[in-house]
Design a protein around this ligand. Structure first.
Ligand code: UD1
Ligand code: UDP
Length: 379
């Protein structure tokens, strides 16, 4: 039973669901918590996934404890009736934590996709670092995306036999949509695409950045819009009203700033391809944009995804207004600095993470054996 609740989980779970459905030895009961609504539904729709169960727990301005308790309560009722052989959770959201706890308490094995990421700061990202550590404690099969995430788990005394290195399923998803011909539903974006202008693509939503840090990012974007009037700044705004209230006021009246609703994944991927630079605090975007050869400036103090930082295509810049302005300006103004950061690298996956996941599930159930671990070199 795959269980998920938010946009990034849906994107990263989709290749696994597709592979489970295509197999003739698994029966997938897709369960969504509905922690997100529109942002979740648009992903399921894109990948043709019709969930079997939907707890629909979302509330406006929901609290972490509210999300967790509604998730566990809803799943407990479901798991009482339907008894899957295993549940699959993905990543570090409260949906994933709720899914893991509810299954563990019912004696159902937990399979954790994207296991072993660590920022080594319990409060950043908050609450994700804590969520993924708690999930690891109740997991039977840990599917680490990289050798580094496997090493993190082994340092925490997880038995090596319980860890498979699969690559990140986000790369499977990205490759799935990359070849599709996608038209933008928002006419403003078709104008952006045909303008030929330099494009700065921005996303932000992290809980620990909400409030004054995010207001500073809004002011930084406004200053960049003034400094580079020929550049278009595109911000697909997260649905969270707290995010919108922090970032949007400073951008009003700036005609070269284009704010849109959250984009369907295929459209967002097209926009990443068009972008000159990506400025984000997202986890998934840090994994995708490097594989498209786009420099990524990450508005966080630390990251649990060090591989692309090590490869030189991602830089951590924090959220300080001056620093955001100067780091973006540096990439716009200094061609050689830009070129150094714009090499395409693929440390997170090769598009076969779902196949390795299915093989690892077969080994868990004693019906098959694993595939060789993913290695970034492809060796
Ligand atoms: C959640 C995850 C975060 C993940 C992010 C992906 C937790 C604690 N946080 O954060 O790890 O990076 O999703 O985007 O699990 N809303 C809507 N419609 C939607 C989605 C959100 O209206 O489709 C609004 C609601 O008012 C909701 C609020 O956004 O209360 C916050 O959503 P929530 O899932 O609690 O937090 P995110 O910041 O989205
Ligand atoms: N994304 C999308 N539409 C958007 C913005 C992002 O489909 O308008 C995708 C993006 O490509 C990535 C994922 O959503 O795969 C990241 O989600 P988010 O930043 O909300 O969460 P995180 O990865 O930080 O947990």
């Amino acid at each position: 039973m795959p269980i998920y609740g938010t946009r990034p989980e849906a994107i990263k779970m989709a290749p696994i669901i597709k592979a489970l459905v295509a197999s003739n030895d698994f029966n997938a009961t897709v369960t969504v918590t509905g922690q997100h609504r529109e942002m979740l539904d648009q992903v399921n729709e894109l990948f043709g996934i019709a969930p079997d169960h939907d707890l629909n727990i979302i509330q406006p301005r929901q609290t972490l404890n509210g999300v967790l308790t509604r998730t566990v309560r809803g799943l407990d009722e479901l798991l009482e009736q339907s008894t899957p052989d295993a549940v699959i959770v993905q990543g570090d959201t409260t949906a994933a934590l709720g899914g893991a706890v509810a299954a563990f308490y019912r004696g159902i094995p937990v399979v954790h996709v994207e296991a072993g990421l660590r920022s080594f700061n319990l409060f950043s990202p908050f609450p994700e670092e804590a969520n993924r550590k708690m999930i690891s404690q109740v997991t039977s099969l840990h599917l680490a995306p990289t050798a580094g995430s496997k090493a993190n788990l082994m340092r925490e005394a997880v038995p090596e036999a319980d860890i498979a290195v699969t690559g990140n399923t986000v790369i499977d998803a990205l490759l799935d949509v990359a070849d599709r011909e996608v038209a933008f539903t928002d006419p403003k974006l078709e104008e952006v695409a045909s303008s030929g202008s330099q494009l700065l693509l921005v996303t932000t939503h992290r809980r620990e950045n909400q409030g004054s840090a995010m207001e500073g990012v809004g002011r930084a974007l406004a200053r960049l819009a003034d400094r580079y009037p020929d550049t278009l700044i595109v911000l697909p705004a997260h649905r969270n009203p707290v995010v919108r209230e922090a970032i949007l006021p400073a951008l009003e009246g700036h005609t070269n700033v284009v704010v849109t609703e959250p984009l369907p994944y295929g459209e967002f991927t097209r926009l990443m391809n068009l972008a000159h630079v990506v400025l984000t605090d997202s986890g998934g975007v840090q994994e995708e944009a490097p594989s498209l050869g786009k420099p990524v400036l990450v508005m966080r103090e630390n990251t649990e995804r060090p591989e692309a930082v090590d490869a030189g295509t991602v830089r951590l810049i924090g959220t300080d207004e001056e620093r955001v302005v100067s780091e973006v300006s540096h990439l716009f103004d200094d061609t050689s600095a830009y070129e150094r950061m714009s090499t395409a690298v693929n440390p997170y996956g090769d598009g076969h993470a779902a196949s390795r996941t299915i093989a690892a599930l077969r080994q868990l159930f004693g019906t098959g054996s694993r595939l060789p671990d993913f290695t970034a070199s492809g060796a």
